[in-house]
Design a protein around this ligand. Structure first.
Ligand SMILES: [Zn+2]
Length: 204
């Protein structure tokens, strides 16, 4: 495998570990899709988590503006799903800090742990396993900026934009692979439902 894994390397790794599945899936929002991705299944294999994190760190380091600030950089992830890759990227980049936001229930805003306060002017890269709707990452960006932190880039292992994915403007976006599943907005408009392909409901 290359030092920075190619799209083909990443897809093969995801299929081998069962993290990327083909079929007919309905997510909690009612969206139907022909592919399902669950990256923690790949992260179970520690060496794969390292391979993906190091690859992502190499993409970030190739940006001269980010390379210039790695010693002072914070790597921040919106929820626990991004933790393996956030810690892996922080180690590979030799960044200064790594931390995460969380929420206790779906209706709550993202927040940091008690006494964790981003500094004014703190340089941050946002890291996550997947970018789909971009909702959590844009909420995290706003949360960090509300403390005066400055977001310098966004890096995800997989870019799988859902219809209506949030825009991050000119913020540099890095990813190891882009996956484009086919979607139907609901069962009534779904070709796989019409052809009777067995449906699997997914939790997230
Ligand atoms: Zn369907």
């Amino acid at each position: 495998m290359h030092l920075t894994p190619t799209q083909e390397d990443v897809v093969a790794l995801l299929r081998d570990t069962g993290a990327l599945r083909e079929g007919h899936f309905e997510d909690p929002s009612g969206l139907h899709s022909n592919e399902y991705l669950q990256l923690p299944l790949a992260f179970r294999h520690y060496q794969y988590q390292r391979t993906l994190s190091v690859g992502l760190a190499r993409l970030l380091r190739a940006n001269p503006e980010i390379r210039a600030i790695t010693q002072d950089l914070s790597v921040v992830t919106p929820m626990t799903g991004g933790l393996p890759v956030a810690f892996g990227v922080c180690e590979a980049l030799r960044a200064k800090r790594v931390y995460w936001a969380e929420r206790d229930n779906a209706n709550e805003a993202l927040h940091f742990r008690q006494f964790l306060v981003p500094e004014k002017g703190e340089q941050v890269v946002l890291v996550d396993d997947i970018l789909r709707t971009g909702k959590k990452l844009s909420e995290l960006k706003s949360l960090l900026e509300s403390y005066g932190a400055e977001v310098a880039g966004l890096a995800v292992v997989i870019y799988q934009p859902f219809p209506g994915c949030a825009s991050f403007g000119n913020l540099p976006l890095y990813y190891l692979a882009k996956l484009e599943a086919k979607y139907a907005v609901d069962g009534a408009n779904c070709e796989w439902c019409k052809s009777g392909v067995p449906l699997i409901k997914t939790w997230i």
